[in-house]
Design a protein around this ligand. Structure first.
Ligand code: OAD
Length: 236
């Protein structure tokens, strides 16, 4: 089948596997490439537990900025097309590496979005582990009532991913009949290797990314377009 004829609604079990490029057209910066966050900020100073233990205020200043930036951006039509498909197909879900909550803001139900790398709008107490939804920016106070700092409930460099999220994602990907990867550089593991489970079980795989990635060979269908353009056609 040619790329132009592919339609998500012709499949029964669909996984949208998304990365930072999915939100790029909303104005949320990607991590790598031109304008990438890790070109401007050294992750060792802002995105690992050691940095947080050393200087939690500096790490929170960075995350306050990111929370404000994400909330000032609005989901684009591509997010909305995915939200529509999720409402129409009972067996479709999003597995995302994004922490910006854009899919949910575009209508994807919470229980149909697996956030592999957590959410910048969830806080976790660094001592007692309590979790709370919170969109304040700046965050005041930055401490839980037990006295310890909140930290964003996201996966920093060196952190383990939540096993329940990885397992749920792996199960869904292994049994889907269509996987659409959108806007990921496919260089961060273990997320990068999950789409291979769909290939192993004979699913159709589509990569949407203006640039090739180290995982492109896995995808028989490569659509070198922006997310919003490709999704308008795929989700028609
Ligand atoms: P990257 O920033 O590494 O890659 C973004 C990808 O999006 C690139 O391959 C771009 O070519 C592509 N892209 C850019 N604009 C696009 C558009 N309009 N439509 C489609 N694709 C577009 O982002 P991720 O792969 O998501 O980890 O990064 C993976 C992880 O690395 C992130 O989750 C984050 C980061 O460190 C954590 O926060 C734990």
């Amino acid at each position: 089948m040619s790329n132009d004829d592919l339609r998500v609604r012709d499949f029964s079990s669909v996984v949208f596997f998304t990365g930072a490029g999915m939100s790029a057209e909303s104005g949320v910066p990607t991590y790598r490439g031109a304008g990438g966050i890790w070109n401007e900020y050294n992750f060792e100073d802002y995105a690992c537990q050691e940095a947080f233990d050393r200087d939690p205020e500096k790490v929170w200043d960075f995350h306050d900025k990111r929370r404000a930036m994400a909330l000032s951006c609005v989901p684009h039509d591509g997010h909305r097309h995915i939200g529509d498909v999720l409402r129409d197909l009972p067996d479709a879900l999003v597995v995302t590496q994004n922490i910006d909550g854009m899919h949910q803001r575009a209508g994807a139900p919470d229980d149909r979005v697996i956030e592999l790398h957590g959410s910048m709008f969830r806080l976790r107490c660094d001592a007692c582990g309590v979790i709370e939804h919170n969109v304040a920016h700046p965050l005041v106070p930055r401490t839980h009532r037990c006295g310890a700092h909140w930290r964003p409930d996201i996966v920093w460099f060196g952190d383990m991913l939540r096993m329940d999220a990885v397992q749920a994602a792996a199960d869904a990907i292994a049994r889907c009949d269509l996987l659409v990867s959108i806007g990921t550089s496919a260089v961060v593991y273990p997320a990068a290797q999950l789409p291979a489970l769909a290939a192993q079980s004979g699913a159709t795989l589509i990569e949407v990314n203006p640039e090739p990635t180290p995982m492109s060979e896995l995808y028989p269908h490569r659509i070198r377009e922006k997310a919003s353009v490709a999704l308008a056609r795929l989700c028609a």
